[in-house]
Design a protein around this ligand. Structure first.
Ligand SMILES: [Mg+2]
Length: 220
């Protein structure tokens, strides 16, 4: 079973910051199709702070590091995304409390715990067209795999997020601001799902994992 060191996790977070910052306008434009158009800016504002503080963050344990990231999200990520992403990092960090590296089972449990926290926070259900519609199948795929090849896991979970973009595209949002416009949210992708898929696809590119995306939002 593969393990991830704290330095490898920090690197993945740093790549994530670059992805979020680079896509600030694109993610906001997507959110503007059915929501209030703030998603990209909300997320980028927080991840710019994470990027700036990452070199100095306490890296003695994965849990402590993720709790710090969680606090930055809660404080600096705007709109409804702050509590969602903050809760995700906090719950993942709680699973990794005191660990200097995480094995595949722990990584899978961190994702599961992040999902539980986000569900408890926002009350979204399957098919409500939120980022959970990407995170649930990702977690299930991780549980199915043995984690002996993390590149294979990354390609598989990227495929799940990619599929979630098109699987939810035609549905009407039931949570968040997009739910307030009802039918206008149909036939627009959920920006949170696109965000997760874009982050994972960028990880594939960074780590040299072959993946050919299907959704138009990943083929720009
Ligand atoms: Mg919004």
């Amino acid at each position: 079973m593969s393990t991830l060191t704290i330095d490898q996790i920090v690197e993945a977070i740093d790549i994530t910051c670059d992805t979020v910052i680079r896509n600030e306008k694109y993610f906001s434009d997507l959110d503007g199709l059915a929501g209030d158009g703030d998603f990209g800016t909300s997320l980028a504002t927080g991840f710019k702070v994470i990027k700036a503080e990452l070199p100095e963050i306490d890296k003695s344990a994965v849990g402590a590091m993720l709790l710090k990231i969680s606090m930055i999200c809660s404080k600096h990520v705007g709109g409804s995304s702050g509590p969602i992403w903050g809760t995700g990092f906090m719950r993942g960090g709680m699973v990794a409390k005191g660990l200097e590296e995480v094995n595949y089972q722990q990584l899978t449990d961190m994702v599961g715990s992040a999902i539980e926290g986000i569900v408890a926070r926002g009350g979204a259900k399957r098919g409500d067209k939120t980022l959970l519609d990407a995170l649930w199948p990702i977690h299930e795929k991780m549980q199915e795999m043995d984690g002996s090849d993390l590149g294979a896991v990354l390609a598989a979970v990227t495929a799940e997020a990619d599929k979630a973009i098109d699987a939810t595209r035609s549905s009407v949002a039931h949570r968040g601001r997009a739910s307030q416009v009802g039918e206008r949210s149909a036939n627009t992708p959920d920006p949170g799902i696109v965000g997760i898929a874009t982050i994972l696809y960028d990880w594939c590119k960074h780590y040299g994992v072959d993946y050919t995306p299907n959704a138009a939002e990943l083929n720009r």
